[in-house]
Design a protein around this ligand. Sequence first.
Ligand code: BES
Ligand code: MN
Ligand code: ZN
Length: 499
Amino acid sequence: MTSRPSIAFARFAVPKKGSVFVLAANDGGLGDAAKACDPAKTLERAFPVADFSGKFAGLVEVLAPEGTSLDRLVAVGAGKVSALDDYAWLKLGGTIAASLRKATEVAVMLDLPGADVGGRQAAQLAAGILLRSYAFDKYKTKKDNGDGNKAEPKKPVKVTIHTADPTAAKKAFSDEVAVIDGVLLARDLVNEPANILGPVEFAARVNELEALGVTVEILVEKEMKKLGMGALLGVAQGSPRGARLAVMRWNGGKAKDSPIAFVGKGVTFDTGGNSIKTASGMEDMKGDMGGAAAVTGLMHALAARKAKANVVGIIGLVENAVDGHAQRPGDIVTSMSGQTIEVLNTDAEGRLVLADALWYCSDRFQPKFMVNLATLTGATMVALGQHYAGLFSNNDELANRLTSAGQATQERVWRMPLGTEYDKLIDSKNADMKNIGGRYGGAIIAAQFLQRFVRDTPWAHLDIAGTAMGAPSSEINQSWASGFGVRLLDRLVRDNYEE
Ligand code: BES
Ligand code: MN
Ligand code: ZN
């Protein structure tokens, strides 16, 4: 990967070399620490000609100012100071990371007139720098420095964030880094091509979480067969690569507390099976394990920051491929729940995988709630585009908490309906249900299908087909894979389920 910036926090001091970033309020006002940087006057003089008013994420810079040893002094607009929430600080970090050019030594002066810049804000800004700096370039034998020219690997940039209370910043950052590492892990898994990352290889990556104190169990086909997971195994049977069910447990809460649970769709490649997809865009289906990646990234985050909660993560890992053993349209499979499913379209496979994973989860753990994540339907993208994930839930409290966490993290979710009118569309003549419904409401129909496997457990389904991959790049992500869900669910846990 592109070398990751190293982050340090220090008490305010006047930087003597390297590139320096200062913040400007929306009237162009600089803080005292910024003003103490020698060429600040020169910088301020450039504001009018650069038409810089301190607008959020606006930039103006002076290069190699005469009379100082600095390479560059950059003002970053912070906009309306009263509007600076966590996400705004994250974005400011992203803006700075995007403007590093070839700097190897960077100082950020974190003061801003009229703003309360504490450890939390400093940590968010640092997190934004890390998120924005991520690039999936491990297969480029010559690294791209971001300017389109292939050149030798960039040296890791050293960023020192100058702040009033570096101790508080460090403390807040240590939690934040756990989450960021979870996001970057999820991005890595989603970006990885399917020849490298199949179910078995994914399971091996999950095993690495044991180093953080996560208990990991990997179920193989034989065990799943014994459990009766005919729906999940039916999807896997057209691939030589095997199926796995990974069970992760983080017990940071009280021993007697029942866990909360997260379940992910992990189709490491989705050809559609015998109901095969068209060629155009099929390569994107290497990301059809975005739900499983988010759950894995979340478990990393929670364990690395030692969250005070008991959490279960379960992911169903299969490749939906097509060979002579692949299931056919019309096949009828029996799920672990005992319910039978007529598979009318082998490309509606995610719900089959989740049917058994959700049932197994509620059956074994009786969790307080289950949230599943899945790149489940193209229909979700038709409905919501790529800015919101679809949210379906049988529980208003859980749905509201997810919506709030979505607002806070800007990993936004939009609740869509469930109801018996939709549910009956998947009744089947030949089995208990079929895996597709009619022409309309495809995202809802998929959710109704999942709901048949959750019993009375409070449950929410997030359809992340539009947000996990290929979403528009942002201040904090330039990569195809976004890692969507990790920050959202970490926030859900942090705000509602820790002692
Ligand atoms: N993995 C796809 C959904 C998807 C599509 C995710 C595009 C991300 C981008 C899923 O398995 C699928 O193929 N769904 C079908 C369902 C249909 C056959 C009822 C779809 O959405 O077309
Ligand atoms: Mn499919
Ligand atoms: Zn799929």
